[in-house]
Design a binder for this molecule. Structure first.
Ligand code: ADP
Ligand code: TZD
Length: 586
């Protein structure tokens, strides 16, 4: 040491002798924070209990659930709402499997999510020697998600988190699994080296600009159309290209149909919405532009009678333009004449440039025919909604929800059930993008309370969850979570005493009720009261309205048990045809 250098102080010497260390726990937390993650949805236990404590201490919001599937659903929808991967944290084997359903659902719906699960000792798991909660989780997760990674060394945590984030949000968003073995958390490394090993992901979801010739092809096809139609899907809602999409619809004057989670991208009351004339426009359209929607079962695979085909497999003769970030989506069900591969913001902007300001409006004959059907159907619906039957039915109850959303367009609507889903989708108008969250591509029950918690946490707006009584049961225990975090969630259980309906009888006359029937007159409102929330038993639209208004005003956790005629509703709601029934009835 040269004499010109200052003398080391006692604390310098001590730091030199014992270099600052960090560990796996802190590196994972630091890596998440470095990448703008603010919230973790999870459920503590071995080996991640301390992780949840340390994360909270480090300023992350840790929302603890009663079941991992609900935490996973919360993470998934947080991903959809924010374009950042939602994080779900679970324990090993059973906790991991509980979260995995949500991860697979997120992947199916193209929601960005990362399931982080602790796992047991690798050397014991791999020799199958029977560890506590033993499971080869990476292998189990792999076929059900977009990507799966395992980190064995603390120095690799930065890369592991970076890869997980990129996989979740780039290209087609999806579910990613990250396996963190118990031993990793306590591994120590030099703090400085640890800090340097972390990666702040640059441009995690790069724009994907469509090829100019693909844009020209799409414009040429659109121009040739006599009866054009635009279908907007939840990919369009996810993309947050709201202004561009609205311009595209309005500049072209083309009628559009929103898929359920694309409702509100333009207000449902928009004059170009053809939602009330769906069964007319699908078979009649000649050129259909799909924006962030797949031709899966929800669109009858782009063929068959829905599209004007002669039988269920017949092509209806439409030509398709499809905007999607995934090139492999093209031709999945029918021929796509003009594939436009890229991110929706870039694709729609490129189309807008080509469209300019003098794009000819679709023929008046087409627009007139749609208006005519639409007006007729809207008038018919208004008549039904004006009725006030005793007991309440889906229509009279949902007429109230419709008014409440109209008065509170920023509120987020969560919706699941069969009839409860179908009627809400068609009756309740949405006015703003990403305000309707529902059962999605799988038609899965159980998203209700997880989605509600996340919507309240990341959306900051009141949440209204319209739930079938069966649907609610899948995640109902999370009303405790809603009360614990004092979230502004108003759950409306449309209670008709069973799955679809409450009227089935046991054909044998035996003591068991029919498989679709629940306890009659159940008081779901008491469940909310048990945890300090507000419970309301509503048997009339007036009572329902009063309770909903009060819930929105007070922002208190509320559950309204809305009693519906038990004979209301049809089996499987609108998709009865997918339900095989035995020809040989007893
Ligand atoms: P819906 O159920 O509303 O019909 P889908 O989930 O079937 O919608 O389709 C969503 C589509 O959107 C997926 O094919 C997905 O690849 C696509 N997508 C998601 N995000 C983007 C984006 N930013 N740009 C382009 N396509 C996207
Ligand atoms: N399990 C899961 C995970 N998802 C499902 N979709 C189903 C079972 C089957 N299922 C439906 O498709 S809807 C539904 C079930 C059980 C519930 C319908 O009853 P509900 O709604 O009370 O929620 P309605 O309004 O009475 O029809």
């Amino acid at each position: 040491m040269g004499t010109s250098e200052p003398l080391a102080t006692a604390s310098d010497v001590q730091q030199h002798a014992q270099p600052q260390a960090t560990d796996g726990f802190h590196l994972v937390i630091d890596a998440l924070k470095l990448n703008g993650i603010e919230t973790i949805f999870g459920l503590p236990g071995i080996p991640i209990t301390d992780f949840t404590r340390l994360a909270q201490a480090a300023g992350l919001r840790v929302i603890s659930f009663r079941h991992e599937q609900n935490a996973g659903n919360a993470a998934a929808i947080a991903g959809f709402l924010t374009q950042k991967p939602g994080i779900c944290l679970t324990v090993s084997a059973p906790g991991f499997l509980n979260g995995l359903t949500a991860l697979a659902n997120a992947n199916t719906n193209c929601f960005p999510m990362i399931l982080i699960s602790g796992s047991s000792e690798r050397e014991i798991v791999d020799l199958q020697q029977g560890d506590y909660e033993e499971m080869d989780q990476l292998a189990v997760a792999k076929p059900l998600c977009k990507a799966a990674f395992r980190v064995l060394h603390a120095e690799d945590i930065g890369v592991g988190i970076a890869r997980a984030i990129r996989a979740a949000v780039s290209g087609r968003p999806g579910g990613v699994y990250l396996d963190l073995p118990a031993k990793l958390f306590a591994q120590t490394v030099d703090a400085e080296a640890g800090r340097k090993s972390l990666i702040k992901v640059v441009d995690p979801a790069p724009r994907q600009i469509p090829a100019p010739d693909a844009v020209q092809r799409a414009l040429a096809l659109l121009k040739s159309a006599r009866r054009p139609l635009i279908v907007l899907g939840k990919g369009a809602a996810y993309a947050q290209a709201d202004t561009e999409i609205r311009s595209l619809v309005e500049k072209t004057g083309i009628p559009y149909l929103p898929m359920s989670m694309a409702k509100g991208l333009l207000p449902d009351t928009h004059e170009q919405s053809a939602a009330a004339a769906r069964s007319y426009v699908l078979p009649e359209a000649d050129v259909v532009m799909l924006v962030g929607t797949r031709l899966n079962w929800l669109l009858s695979h782009g063929k068959g009678k829905t599209w004007g085909g002669k039988d269920h497999k017949d092509w209806g003769g439409q030509k398709f333009i499809q905007i999607d970030i995934s090139p492999q989506e093209m031709d999945s069900n029918v021929r796509i004449d003009a594939p436009l591969v890229g991110d929706i913001g870039s694709c729609v902007s490129a189309l807008l440039t080509g469209i300019g300001s003098n794009w000819p409006k679709p023929p008046a004959e087409w627009l007139g025919a749609i208006s005519e059907r639409k007006n007729k159907n809207i008038a018919k619906m208004a008549e039904t909604l004006a009725k006030n039957p005793t007991p309440m039915n889906f229509h009279s109850a949902l007429n109230v929800v419709r008014d409440i959303i109209k008065a509170n367009p920023d509120a987020i609507l969560v919706n699941e059930g069969a009839n409860a889903l179908d009627y809400t989708r068609s009756i309740v108008d949405m006015y703003k993008p990403r305000k309707r969250l529902d059962v999605g591509t799988w038609g899965v029950m159980g998203i209700g309370m997880g989605f509600s918690v996340a919507a309240a946490v990341v959306g900051g707006q009141p949440v209204i969850a319209v739930e079938g009584d069966s649907a609610f049961g899948f995640s109902g225990m999370e009303v405790e979570t809603i009360c614990r975090y004092n979230l502004p969630v108003c759950v409306v259980v449309l209670n008709n005493n069973g799955v679809y309906r409450g009227t089935d009888v046991n054909p044998t006359g035996g003591p068991d009720v029919a498989p679709t029937v629940f306890v009659k007159g159940a008081r779901y409102d008491k469940l909310m009261e048990a945890f300090g929330g507000v419970g309301v038993h509503a048997t009339t639209p007036a009572e329902l309205r009063r309770a909903m208004e009060q819930a929105i005003r007070s922002r208190k956790p509320t559950l309204i048990n809305a009693v519906i005629d038990e004979a209301a509703g049809t089996e499987s709601g609108r998709i009865t045809s997918l339900n095989p029934t035995s020809g040989k009835k007893k």
